[in-house]
Design a protein around this ligand. Structure first.
Ligand code: V07
Length: 250
């Protein structure tokens, strides 16, 4: 069991790094409010932290980092805030693309991009394309994603295939269902091993419902802009000290 000593004196086992980490990046508005700044200032600081945490995760050997950037419910926020949020991917790649390339990071998106403003959609598609030959960590943005919508769309796809005589009812099993979800593009890593939610809320808020059946969950009382690379190391350490049984006995 190879162990690496991190800067904060934590020893992580190199052979038990969670392959897929998902993060609900909560607390950006509260971070801004605490400083007397507008909510959007918190979103901007949160965006900078996406880069910091993504690079740390890739250095630790994480294979997929999924970040819940925008949920299907977020359209219900004030339009000025929604418009600001829709510009963040443009800012993000404008500033951080060189660092993503240097770190061999590959960009993916999971969500209904058809309903996203064209300019934002095009930037995301371009980033996916520009990083497609990178062989390191997948930085997967859950963007206009909803867990229930994902399950409903998978169901519709399967029913269509039955109507077209491409499938019979008895073909439907967990593996076939998984292949019809949006996370299918992540191949063997579609289900998160670890979910981290910042800012103290203890809910999964319509995130990857099917995919999180056996996910370990850690809820941190830290606002996302304050969540540091050391916090990530600590959370992976907590993950490594849990006993995952997937419903079985040892
Ligand atoms: C957003 C910053 C992080 C905290 C959560 C709220 C605000 C990065 C992106 C992004 C999304 C897709 C993409 C590249 C970057 C982003 C939204 C909000 C909507 F391809 N941060 N960030 N998107 N926040």
């Amino acid at each position: 069991m190879t162990q690496i000593l991190e800067d904060n004196n934590i020893k992580l086992s190199q052979d038990n790094i969670p392959s897929h980490i998902a993060v609900i990046m909560d607390g950006n508005g509260r971070w801004a409010k605490k400083r007397g700044l507008p909510r959007v200032a918190g979103h901007k600081e949160g965006m900078n932290n996406v880069k910091t945490i993504a690079i740390k995760a890739s250095k630790l050997g994480v294979k997929v980092l999924t970040l819940y950037a925008f949920s299907t419910e977020n359209w219900g926020r004030p339009s000025t805030e929604v418009n600001f949020l829709m510009k963040l991917p443009i800012d993000f790649f404008g500033v951080f693309m060189p660092e993503l390339m240097q770190n061999n990071i590959r960009v993916f998106a999971t969500g209904i991009l058809d309903d996203v403003p064209e300019k934002t959609r095009n930037i995301i598609i371009k980033a996916i394309d520009e990083t497609k030959n990178n062989t390191g960590m997948i930085l997967n943005f859950a963007f206009n994603y909803g867990g229930r919508a994902d399950i409903l769309e998978a169901t519709k796809r399967i029913v269509k295939k039955i109507q077209n005589d491409e499938l019979v009812i008895d073909d439907i099993d967990e593996s076939l269902f998984s292949k019809n979800l949006l996370t299918n593009t992540l191949k063997g890593f579609s289900d998160p091993d670890l979910l981290i939610r910042t800012s103290g809320e203890t809910r999964i808020s319509n995130f990857m419902l099917w995919q999180m059946a056996y996910t370990e969950m850690i809820f941190e009382d830290i606002l996302w802009p304050d969540y540091s690379p050391e916090n990530l190391v600590e959370d992976i350490y907590k993950f490594q000290n849990r006993d995952r049984r997937f419903g079985k006995l040892n």
